[in-house]
Design a binder for this molecule. Structure first.
Ligand code: FMN
Length: 167
């Protein structure tokens, strides 16, 4: 039965979680983001929505680039740490023991153990209500076909369920 409630209904969407990496000067950061989406095939563009008050917002604004590492199902703890602590207060890389590798075309590192990673250069930025939409031109991508994605639903992490349908 449909329950009419605009506030509660916001929790009833399903996403995955990406670890957004950014670097400016001496400062390097990782932040969880459920709001990322591929917005163009050719050119390959991915958009990420970042709250204006995030340290990540400052670092991406300064450097005009970012990394996106989509979490695998065994990275719930990392998604929790990157999404509940801020660079203002703590070094999340140390706290979560994040393993990283160097990107080829951007300065920010990428996170190991993810299902996919992308190197992005900011090609546009829009104000979307209380978040900034950075549109990233994807310069390079990586994937691991032995991993499965982390699923985020109603504020909790899950694994992908059984395959269904006709395809
Ligand atoms: C699962 C999860 C998903 C999140 N998704 C987003 C998002 O899409 N955009 C955003 O701005 N913040 C999102 N957040 C909140 C930020 O990750 C959080 O405010 C973080 O502490 C910001 O870190 P920073 O200040 O070091 O950049 C999410 C948090 C969690 C736990």
């Amino acid at each position: 039965m449909e329950i009419e409630d605009i506030e509660e209904s916001q929790g009833f969407t399903t996403t995955t979680v990406a670890l957004i990496t950014s670097l400016s000067g001496e400062r390097v950061n990782v932040m969880s983001a459920e709001w990322t989406i591929r917005v163009s095939i050719d050119p390959f563009l991915i958009s990420v929505l970042v709250g204006y008050q995030r340290e990540t917002y400052k670092l991406i604004s300064e450097s005009r680039e970012f990394g996106i590492s989509y979490c695998s199902a065994d990275q719930g703890e990392l998604a929790h740490i990157a999404g509940n602590y801020s660079l203002k207060d703590t070094d999340k890389f140390k706290m979560g023991g994040f393993q990283t590798f160097n990107a080829k075309y951007i300065k920010a590192p990428l996170i190991r153990g993810c299902i996919s990673n992308f190197e992005c250069k900011v090609m546009d930025e829009f104000k979307m209500g209380d978040h900034a939409a950075f549109v990233g031109e994807v310069l390079n991508g990586y994937y691991d076909d032995e991993k499965s994605p982390l699923v985020f639903h109603r504020g909790k992490f899950f694994k992908l369920g059984d395959r269904i349908g006709h395809k």
